[in-house]
Design a protein around this ligand. Sequence first.
Ligand code: Z57
Length: 832
Amino acid sequence: ATNGNGNGNGHSPYLEDSRTGLGVDTLKRAIRNNLFYVQGKFPEIATRNDYYMAIAYAVRDRLLQRWVASVKQYIQEKHRVVAYLSAEYLLGPHLANNLINLGIYKETEQACKELGLDLDWLIEKEVEPGLGNGGLGRLAACYMDSLATLEVPAIGYGIRYQFGIFEQDIRDGWQVEDTDNWLRRGNPWEIARRELSYDIKFGGYVQTYLDRAGKLCFNWIPELVVKGVAYDTPILGYKVNTANTLRLWKSEAPHSFDFQSFNAGDYNSAVNSKIICENISKVLYPNDEQIEGKRLRLQQQYFFVSCSLQDMIGIHLRQGEKIHDFHKKFVVQLNDTHPAIGVAELMRLLMDVHQLEWEEAWDITSKTFAYTNHTLLPEALETWDLQLFGSVLPRHLQLIYEINRRFVDYATIKLYGNHQKISSLSLIGEGPRKYIKMANLACLGSFAINGVAALHSELLKKTVLKDWYELMPHKFQNKTNGVTPRRWMVLANPELTNLISSRIGEGWIKNLHELKGLEPFADDPEFRKEWMQVKFNKKKALAKRIKKRLGLDVDPNSMFDILVKRIHEYKRQHLKVLHIITLYNQIKKNPNMDVVPRTFIFAGKAAPGYRKAKLMIKLINSVGEIVNNDPDINGRIKVVFYPNYNVTNAQKIYPAADVSEQISTAGKEASGTGNMKLSLNGALTVGTLDGANVEIRECVGEENFFLFGLTADEVAKVKSEGYKPWDYYSENPNLKEVIDQINSGYFSHLDSKVFKELTDSLLYDDQYLLFADYQSYIDTQAKVEEAFKDQDKWARMSILNTARMGKFSSDRSIREYCDEIWKVESVPVTLD
Ligand code: Z57
């Protein structure tokens, strides 16, 4: 009973040895041993990082035991496996999460204490793998957690970027990017599988010939061959033995590839080729929902997809199965169109390598893939210049032409003469230059297509994928996103976790619907008091961080009004700024007015090449500088831009939120997931009817949600009738004042040009309808202020809000994917 797992978590009994034991003494011994034998250090000279590594390796040993057991069982019992293909995984720090999922947080804390160490202090400095931009990458990470927790056999495939998302610093109010050298101190959570590697071809040309049987064959002669090496990270489920694999590919020069040039004495060009190979997995593209049609990006996509499919085929064949049954062994989920080249690549592998005929290859391929769409923004729909595409993937261009020829033949009959529809469905776009439409390849090659929230899935069928829906309605589904309560509640907010568990037990951590049991406690004054006390403590902790990072004093008694996400015009951070300036002007005109003190907290990165987004950051900081230092305001409102928003910082911000701002233009945010994390942590939402906000409002009740703005239908209508932002500007004196003030240089040391690009785009275009929603937003914020004055009522709303968020667990999402798309079942893993 010293293994620290006497809490009914389902571990089977096993020997308590130094590598697997979960008790305090065993952990202590393991940490000491690792410090000596892994780090080569002793306490007198050990650094903080040495201790971190020693603990990490102790935890890793315990993960490996479960991982080996899982893999063994999957192989022996030949289970069906989910392969999740994603160019991004925004995992966040591993240590604390693994301790929670192993169920040994307390034990490890105690072991550390006895060694004179502070576990939280060690966790604090862990560098996170930022292998993603935002929502899409974080969703993949939550899904990996839920797949393991639900004991579903799964492999996540992706790229082991040497540099993840850039680190953001703010200088003079502007975003400055720094490289993310996350591997510099080593990564204890991965295992390099040197023996697991595949050759990936690029460029060159295709030879056509007839074999001895007279069959037409294709031989791709590449210009460049790159080796992909597997790096595995175990992903452990919560209090289960299942540990799945996240397999990320690193690009290298193939062994002895450079001998020719080397022997010819051309050392430089040999080294150069090595660099070209390593470049492919060098850096994550920092654009979120904005494509950059770069050769290297296409190479990255093909690189990881080809490695992954070859790996799956290898696994399948090694189990003694037939290539013909590939789709029965694996279901491959495409996380957006980034891995959609997989459709053509599987065709190539099946035909050119495994000698199948077209019909059979296509039958297998189209039963293998399923596609998740994450956006309606036309600028985010991936296309590739056909010439560029052909120069990187000449064989795939041929295959796509042939896939398209057969499809267009079919569509021509089905759609009889509707040329416009046929050309919209074609995989190839015509124009001054031809291009490949990756969403069309994904739709055609997949047996299921899903959006990520109910509204989004409906809009897909009515807009960007309308023609596909009409041709193949049976493929379309919805899978509303979710988030893992392990990281976003248990880890980020242990205080709230304990409070909740003290009343309804711990079942909710695995079955989030059980939060419903909290509803009656909204009427319990003692519970309300404790609830608000937890919130206050989390606000105090965040205030302390803000003071430390920015030197700014913020009052934890003020309302913490939080807008954190990637910076994008459609997400409308600048609408929030218009509200802040409006409030500022109100107070300036009436300094004695009764105003609820508020702290506006922003955080988020802008794509380095997205000028307007960077200008929005500058605007937030400029307004902050004036507002925070104005004696008339006297600290009643404060504006904070918290730099370098990432998983680590998000874990500190969400629990401190009173208000969650979800203010995208209706119809633009596919789902949102920050909205779920904030609400789960007790924040009340101010939001439009967009993405998953719609479903959150349905669940928490309209009386606990601050709704504003046009609906998606109204947005479409206003636009079709010829939207004129200038009219709103000239007819609304408060709005006019705010815009004029920005343009006068009031917030920019009298430089009236700084924000002109932004204000002009609002006055003359306003694609995202800030002006149309302005008054509604201001009016709603007045209601938020009124509600916050009655703290007891606010507490009630906050509790009910959390109690009704059960739907938004990624466990629920993954259950639906398993049942309705993947047709996979749970496989409980036993330890021997
Ligand atoms: C990304 O983070 C998302 C969509 C994209 O097309 C790309 Br590229 C990156 C986001 C959506 O904007 C969110 O609304 C959504 O919640 C998230 O993906 C996960 O589905």
